[in-house]
Write a protein that binds this ligand. Structure first.
Ligand SMILES: NC(=O)c1ccc[n+]([C@@H]2O[C@H](COP(=O)([O-])OP(=O)(O)OC[C@H]3O[C@@H](n4cnc5c(N)ncnc54)[C@H](O)[C@@H]3O)[C@@H](O)[C@H]2O)c1
Ligand SMILES: O=C(O)C(=O)C[C@@H](O)[C@H](O)[C@H](O)COP(=O)(O)O
Ligand SMILES: [Zn+2]
Length: 364
């Protein structure tokens, strides 16, 4: 992709949701006023501490263009996904006199866009919002598809709303300042997209695992665009997770339990990496997944530096947390597993002994 090239991926437009575009390229902020539209008078730019300059710069640009623009700074990472921080944002919107025609812009990683989208979903029962993801994970997953939310003491993303953005601007230049561990965390969701739907992604990562750890890698733009396309295809046909969308949760049942257990100090992608190895083992033990594909999880995830194991003594606590996973139905635990490469399916109510055996395969 040249600096001028912009890839546009359409999302939604079916199943009753408004269509929107995800743009991938460079210097995309000129697109923002068009997305904000001419009905808005006020714009709130929600950004994390790490992007204080970016957030303030954006606010100043929007003010120059005639909007009453406010910047709302929130904590970095998961510390922003709390009821207290959401309430702080609501207060700022209230004090700005934010109305139903005004617009929220979320600039940052997945934690920031999850929060910003949630604030937009709940303010006056829903105002327009635009996502400007600045991490790999935000671009390929969090900013696309309209799942917004915050955590509670009981678990990850337990409060939220489906509220799709009006547009998503993925400026690849933002990735240059991203710490390597946050960059690699996003690779877990890219690899997830490879296993559930687009194996070319896995081939590209395997062809140059070191390159896959950096924005300067030879396949960066293609990996990002392919992963967004996977997500766009799924959420366009099942926005509210009535069925198909559950495949995007591959590896997440255990991952969210690990994140909670670690008080959200583990990166989401690191937990998803362990969660996918667990899901692969579950698929193998359930007689669904072939050895080659199951083993490939470990090799490809490890090749980019993602973890494969977790603490062996934590199973009872993790199992308890997994019971409130959003895929659970009553007392029935449900997992996404693979029937083969690119063939995700649901495994309902696995035998507890099989679950424990699968966990045994990811114990440190
Ligand atoms: N809504 C969804 O569909 C969805 C999908 C996947 C993940 N998520 C959520 O996304 C979150 C993880 O997102 P993430 O991996 O982007 O992490 P993050 O948002 O926590 O960002 C990681 C860190 O990088 C900082 N940062 C962001 N952009 C930067 C940049 N360009 N340069 C320097 N620092 C930067 C952040 O302030 C933070 O400290 C989790 O809460 C996860 O649950 C949501
Ligand atoms: O978009 C989805 O659907 C996903 O499941 C994508 C996941 O990568 C993401 O982490 C999502 O936030 C998890 O959602 P949850 O419903 O399990 O909280
Ligand atoms: Zn995820």
């Amino acid at each position: 992709m040249t600096d001028q090239a912009v890839t546009r991926i359409q999302v939604g437009g079916t199943a009753g949701s408004d269509p929107y575009e995800v743009l991938v390229g460079r210097q995309l902020l000129g697109e923002l006023p068009g997305l904000i539209g001419d009905k808005a008078q006020r714009v709130a730019v929600i950004h994390p501490e790490a992007l204080a300059e970016t957030g303030e710069g954006l606010r100043a640009d929007l003010a120059d263009q005639g909007y009453e623009a406010v910047a709302i700074q929130v904590p970095n990472a998961e510390e922003a996904k709390t009821a207290e921080v959401a309430a702080y944002c609501w207060k700022a919107l209230g004090q700005t006199g934010f109305t139903r025609t005004d617009v929220v812009v979320g600039v940052g990683g997945g934690a920031t866009t999850d929060l910003a989208g949630f604030v937009a979903a709940t303010w006056l029962r829903g105002v327009r919002w635009i996502a400007v993801p600045t991490t790999v994970l935000g671009m390929v997953d969090a900013a696309v598809g309209g799942k917004t939310g915050i955590n509670t003491a009981e678990g990850k993303n337990l409060v939220g709303a489906f509220h799709p953005p009006a547009g998503v601007l993925c400026d690849l230049a933002a990735l240059d300042s991203l710490p390597v561990n946050d960059y690699v965390s996003g690779m877990a969701e890219i690899i997830k997209a490879g296993f559930i739907a687009d194996p070319v992604i896995l081939d590209l990562v395997e062809a140059d695992p070191q390159g896959a750890r950096t924005p300067a890698g030879p396949h960066t733009a293609e990996l990002i665009v392919r992963s967004i396309q996977v997500k766009a295809d799924v959420v366009s046909s099942d926005l509210k997770e009535a069925g198909l969308r559950e495949i995007l949760n591959y590896g997440h049942t255990l991952a969210h339990a690990i994140e909670k257990n670690e008080r959200y100090k583990w990166r989401h992608g690191a937990a998803v990496s362990v969660g996918m190895v667990f899901a692969a083992e579950l698929g193998r033990l359930a007689g669904r997944l072939d050895d080659t594909t199951a083993d490939r999880h470990r090799t490809v995830l490890e090749s980019v530096g993602l973890p494969l194991t977790y603490r062996g003594d934590q199973w009872p606590k993790l199992l308890e947390t997994m019971k409130v996973d959003k895929k659970s139905r009553g007392n029935l635990l449900r997992f996404i597993v693979l029937d083969g490469l690119g063939k995700p399916t649901v495994l309902e109510g696995p035998d507890p002994a099989v679950l424990l055996a699968a966990y045994g395969e990811v114990c440190a």
